[in-house]
Design a binder for this molecule. Structure first.
Ligand SMILES: [Zn+2]
Length: 147
């Protein structure tokens, strides 16, 4: 089982990213090319049509790009394109390991310890009634005897 994301999948990821970028640029270009009704009075309707075509094309490209990117990152089975849970697990492994690694890094950063050594609580037994009291308590919780 491969621990790394394969070359073709990496390529798909970046191709998807490229298609998304082209889609976004196509979509945004609509706002930078507003038709001037005074100059192009006759072609106003045509330009409006052209704008909506570009907006729709841009959105479709972003959608396709995002899909290819997901498939690249998670694999065909991992992203649910083909139904194969066993294969999906293998394909998702590098991805979930990456996510898990990042979560672990964040926990390390926050100084949170998952399991492992837990903080030990030291208890002190009262000499009179044998009740266990916390280490820093001055008097027994049960009988009030000084500890
Ligand atoms: Zn006591």
């Amino acid at each position: 089982m491969s621990k790394e994301i394969s070359g073709p999948r990496q390529a798909a990821y970046y191709i998807g990213m490229g298609i998304m970028a082209i889609g976004i640029i196509t979509f945004i270009s609509v706002f930078f090319n507003t038709p001037d009704p005074a100059q192009h009075f006759g072609s106003f309707k045509k330009e409006a049509d052209d704008m909506s075509t570009r907006a729709i094309t841009g959105m479709i490209l972003v959608g396709i790009g995002a899909m290819i990117q997901t498939i690249g990152a998670r694999g065909l089975a991992g992203s649910g394109v083909i139904l194969d849970p066993k294969k999906a697990r293998g394909e998702l492994e590098p991805y979930s390991r990456m996510a898990g690694g990042m979560a672990k890094d964040a926990l390390d950063e926050a100084d949170i310890d998952l399991g492992g050594k837990s903080e030990q609580v030291v208890m002190v037994r009262c000499t009179k009634c044998r009740k266990l009291n916390e280490e820093d308590s001055k008097f027994c919780q049960e009988c009030g005897e000084a500890i």
